[in-house]
Write a protein that binds this ligand. Sequence first.
Ligand code: ADP
Ligand code: MG
Length: 242
Amino acid sequence: MSADDVILRLVGVTQQYGRGPTAVSALSGVDLEVASGELVAVMGASGSGKSTLLSIAGGLATPTTGEVVIEGAHLSEQSPAQLARLRRRSLGFVFQDFNLIPTLTAVENVMLPLELDGFRPRVARRAGRDALASVGLDEKLDAYPDDLSGGQQQRVAIARAVVGGRRLILADEPTGALDSVTGERVLRMLRSRVDAGAGGILVTHEARHAAFADRIVFLRDGRIVDESRHDPADVLLTGTSR
Ligand code: ADP
Ligand code: MG
């Protein structure tokens, strides 16, 4: 892996909530690299620090100690405006509960990050249409979230996470609210975006879903305790639900 291929690097990341006797060490000395074309699954019990890890990786929270580097940019050296721009341009988040804006149509939800980034509405809309087409939703551009199934809503959320060529996709249990067939469809979508050159982190409880990743990292009490590496093609070829 050349240095250029590394999209995300966490170095000695520690996160402490609170102070004194009630302080919680949510993360302790976490080192992690995610390369272009690589999907890393993060597994661990509830409270092990998975969501904290994603928030820090995405610059939504600042670690107590340690460094986060996204595409060569050290987050600690960015001004708040630079950080906001980097988040808008490089990062896509997908959450368990979709987080779509109910008063905007599917395409408006997807184009929103680009509009916030100053793209002309026409350009943003075209990119939004393309992103929705890439997740198989070209027929649903003008539908509102309430008119879409859970799986369709999550595909809109994935389109929003990758629109405009975002390079790092951070997904926190994105299939939690979906039935298993729809969940796998969403994961295959995530996988194909990563295969197209993004880097991704997938937090999941299910080994079956982690099997879509190139590498699985296990967190316990805020520490990485184990890592396994395997070929996602094995799963794609032998998966039982296809
Ligand atoms: P996971 O996503 O694996 O369930 P979290 O990252 O949400 O774990 O939480 C890790 C630990 O940090 C837990 O002990 C949790 O209670 C604690 N924690 C998370 N967020 C906060 C917060 N904002 N303030 C205080 N403690 C927190
Ligand atoms: Mg969590």
